[in-house]
Design a binder for this molecule. Structure first.
Ligand code: ATP
Length: 256
């Protein structure tokens, strides 16, 4: 299996709390991988380690074949790592289209002097970004909301705009933190379908997810963490038929 990122022997501690203890796993270069496990298992910390936002006390993290510690979060983002944050939504006062366009960092175009000096090039650059944004909006089923103020569209659509802001940067690895959290059933199905399409289009995705039904319908593989350690790996089917993992997830006694 080809991998696009890997953690090897990673330990992270916050003061006396060991959030990750000697954690190793590979992120496949295709499909959707889910980090699952009970509260406090270390999933978000693992996410933050992958995106370079937390440096482990020990162990190595490799992303795109390079040590994450050498790149840092901005360097990783520049190489194509995009991550969402819990409740990652949109700038509510901008239109949906503007939300996507401003997500592409383009230092030259942000300079008013450059824009004044090179008006035609600036216009071409902007037209290109708008085209890219329109393509992403189409993928997300948001074209009809293109010119709506993001604050006026539904919560599910706002969450999708958050994903659009990541996609427009044409990432090579997408990390989504609870993409379906807080959504109702119909919206969950919609987001699940879109994330599945994104992965099927060739972009590897890692999700942290609490909902086992979302994990079941999305994940090709899972890493199950508990108490800062990896306790199992496998497909959702493999893991969800193991009673000891389900007990760990919901706490013993859930069946009573
Ligand atoms: N910045 C921090 N400072 C102190 N302790 C932290 C910090 N971040 C995480 N922890 C602790 O590290 C452990 C792992 O937390 P983490 O958020 O990674 O777990 P999680 O599996 O994502 O949990 P949840 O499902 O509840 O979000 C927990 O005990 C948590 O309280």
């Amino acid at each position: 299996m080809a991998t696009i990122a890997s953690l090897s022997g990673v330990t992270v501690a916050f003061g006396g709390i060991v959030a990750m203890n000697d954690v190793s796993f590979d992120v496949p270069s295709t499909g959707i991988m889910a980090l699952i496990g009970p509260n406090g298992a270390g999933k978000t910390t693992a996410f933050n380690v992958l995106s370079g936002h937390i440096r482990p006390r020990s162990g190595t993290v490799e992303v795109f074949g390079t040590a994450a510690s050498a790149l840092g979060p901005a360097g990783l983002a520049g190489r194509g790592l995009a991550r969402s944050w819990q409740d990652g939504r949109a700038f509510l006062d901008m239109t949906v289209l503007e939300n996507l366009v401003v997500a592409v960092r383009c230092p030259r175009a942000e300079s008013p002097f450059w824009r004044l000096a090179r008006p035609r090039r600036a216009a071409r650059l902007e037209a290109g970004l708008v085209r890219q944004a329109d393509e992403v909006l189409e993928t997300l089923g948001l074209s009809a909301f293109r010119d709506h103020r993001a604050g006026d569209i539904g919560y599910a659509e706002q969450r999708l705009v958050g994903i659009g802001r990541l996609l427009i940067r044409r990432p090579r690895l997408l990390l989504l933190d609870e993409p379906a959290a807080g959504l109702d059933g119909e919206s969950i199905d919609r987001v699940v379908g879109i994330v599945r399409d994104i992965a099927a289009g060739g972009l590897p995705v890692v999700i942290v997810e609490h909902s086992l039904s979302v994990v079941r319908s999305l994940a090709d593989s899972c890493v199950f963490m508990s108490n800062g350690e990896v306790v199992a790996r496998g497909t959702p089917e493999d893991l969800f038929r193991r009673d000891e993992l389900i007990d760990m997830y919901f706490g013993k006694g859930w069946r009573a």
